[in-house]
Write a protein that binds this ligand. Structure first.
Ligand SMILES: [Zn+2]
Length: 447
């Protein structure tokens, strides 16, 4: 049992305490207003003037009240009142307040004996407060950019800071009560595959293939043209239909295969095969028998059309014979303020949390966490499974070869191992057509 002495009561503080103590540490905790002689140890004071071995209280009482209570965010107030970025805000919420303490990056440093406001910091990272700033520029797809994040600006996007902070808290608690038993966490590899289209050439219709063939010829991509013709004449298998290879590799390492399948009408950024075609129906049904399959909602479904999202869910449920309640959005297209509407569609698990442009820890953690709806100040039923790494981040955004990408992956693996987290990574089925990238995937499975 850990006692927290505080007079702040808010859904935000409740969320943080529940996450840290129940979900992560697996220990009971109690919140009290005043410490007495009978208060069970260890005690964490989160209140000015309270005495205990661990104080996480901020420099002034008003500052902590601002994080958890005073600033009442509503959707309409978002623009100027996001505490991190704009001027008229408490000092400790400004980006300049990121610093290093004991070789550990922290935000909201304070003069308490813990060195920083751990509760506010965890809340800030998990609730993705900085993404609610309407003034932050978005990328061409409307995504919050890594370059706008406090983590990348301070060069610690590659560190799961929330997990590091919780480890630090664990160590402090143990110095006071060495008998405390924490929940055991262990390092885990968690690969998954996004299927933007199961095929490169097959089942895409005569028109699309004719246009593609002409383009290949004009651009002198002769080997592509030859492969296309051979595949269409069934003299060669489709290069992107790599599912047997993926299943074999995962099975060999006793890892469950997990696929997210796009089932969308064709659009500029959604280029799969007609979801109601015989080929697609057969594909999803067969794959569902051999692996865990979930929905990969389209680009179009995240651009304001609620109907489209629902249609894709329905289509998935028909083909896969299970509810579409776990998803990863195509193009990793979701900012924090848009998460809460997933609840309207019965989504309970989301695997989208990552930046397309940079690998690392967008929410500062490599452990699943419940999503907190910051704009409406409430808990949600959505569990977020953060993604550490996507293949195309390295190959397309950073233009790395498979070989050059290895060091970056090794560094991320080390960080995840240090905090016994989940190394969740995403390879597209099309990526397995490239031998070097397929080998790199297997190299990760061997770690
Ligand atoms: Zn996709």
């Amino acid at each position: 049992m850990v006692t927290i002495v505080t007079d702040i009561r808010s859904p935000r503080l409740d969320y943080v305490l529940d996450y840290i103590f129940s979900e992560r540490l697996g220990i009971d905790y109690n919140i009290v207003f005043e410490q007495t002689a009978d208060t069970p140890q260890p005690v964490i004071s989160y209140k000015v003037g309270a005495q205990s071995n661990i104080t996480i209280a901020p420099r002034t009482y008003n500052e902590v009240r601002s994080v958890f209570n005073n600033i009442d965010f509503t959707t309409s107030q978002r623009t100027e009142q996001v505490p991190v970025i704009q001027g008229n805000v408490p000092n400790f919420m400004r980006q300049t307040d990121a610093t290093i303490i004991d070789q550990m990056p922290v935000i909201f440093p304070t003069e308490c004996n813990f060195g920083f406001d751990l509760f506010a910091a965890v809340f800030f990272m998990l609730a993705r407060v900085e993404e609610y700033n309407d003034n932050a520029p978005l990328d061409q797809h409307g995504r919050f950019m890594a370059s706008q994040s406090i983590a990348l600006k301070n060069n610690w996007l590659h560190i799961p800071v929330v997990d590091v902070w919780i480890e630090k808290l664990k160590a402090e608690l143990l110095t006071i009560d060495p008998t405390l038993q924490f929940k055991t966490e262990k390092f885990e590899l968690s690969p998954s595959t996004d299927v933007d289209s199961p095929w490169c050439y097959l089942h895409k219709g005569i028109l699309r293939n004719t246009v593609g063939l002409c383009r290949d010829l004009v651009q002198l991509k002769l080997s592509n043209a030859i492969t296309r013709v051979m595949v269409l004449c069934r003299l060669k298998s489709d290069p992107h239909f790599t599912f047997r290879k993926i299943l074999e590799m995962n099975n060999k390492h006793s890892i469950e295969s997990h696929f997210f399948v796009l089932l969308a009408k064709r659009g500029k950024y959604d280029k799969s095969v007609n979801p109601s075609s015989k080929a697609m129906t057969k594909f999803v049904k067969e794959l569902s028998k051999q692996a865990k399959v979930d929905l990969h909602p389209s680009y179009a479904s995240c651009k304001g059309s609620f109907g489209t999202f629902g249609e894709e869910q329905q289509c998935f449920e028909q083909l896969a014979g299970k509810p579409a309640n776990a998803i990863r959005q195509h193009y990793l297209l979701r900012n924090a303020p848009e998460y809460h509407w997933l609840e309207n569609f019965g989504v309970t698990t989301d695997y989208t949390m990552s930046y397309a442009s940079h690998a690392g820890f967008r929410a500062g953690t490599c452990h699943p966490f419940p999503f907190f709806d910051f704009a409406n100040n409430r808990f949600t039923n959505i569990s977020i499974h953060p993604l550490v790494l996507m293949d195309t981040t390295l190959s397309e955004y950073q233009h790395l070869s498979a070989n050059d990408a290895k060091q970056q992956i090794a560094n991320l693996l080390t960080e995840v191992k240090k905090v016994n987290g989940q190394f969740s990574f995403l390879w597209h089925n099309s990526t397995f057509a490239n031998t070097q990238w397929a080998q790199l995937y297997e190299w990760i499975l061997n770690q």
